[in-house]
Design a protein around this ligand. Sequence first.
Ligand code: S3P
Length: 169
Amino acid sequence: MRSVVLVGFMGCGKSTLAQALAERLRTPFRDGDAELAKRAGRSIAEWIRTEGSGPLRRAETAWLEEALAGPRAVISPGGGAFTLREVREQCRANAETVWVDAPLRTIRRRLSGRSDRPLWPEDPSEQRRMYDRRSAVYRLAGFRFPIDPALDPGALADRLLERWKPREH
Ligand code: S3P
């Protein structure tokens, strides 16, 4: 089986699900935000606040290319990476892609009051627009996994493995 890339909106639970999935598939887990923040020596939020999202997107693209070329892994890039056509093409050509689809109300609940997602708008109608725009892109992943927000990451990983029939799995 090829590497697995989880895509989805910020706050949908990609990283925790990826970690649980990696344990079950006995493969390494790679987290884009964590690895890039470590390399940059600052948090992703601080990076975006000082330089905008452009430099982060370029770094994410290079990081993903490297991750996809490496040993099989469950890979969790930041939620913005898949919005780039180049990244989508890379992922779809070299990995299984799964859209971790969480309802907007869940995203709102999880992100409200947090300061670590500078791109998340405050205005509810802008939140809705961003969510809809992004969903149209995440839909291009190979498999859509609608999550039950009440389940913990381990139970979600078990459910994903029951439902998902990736090629070469
Ligand atoms: C972003 C998602 C975040 C992080 C940054 C930008 C986005 O990652 O990379 O705040 O544009 O969707 P998560 O998806 O892990 O929250």
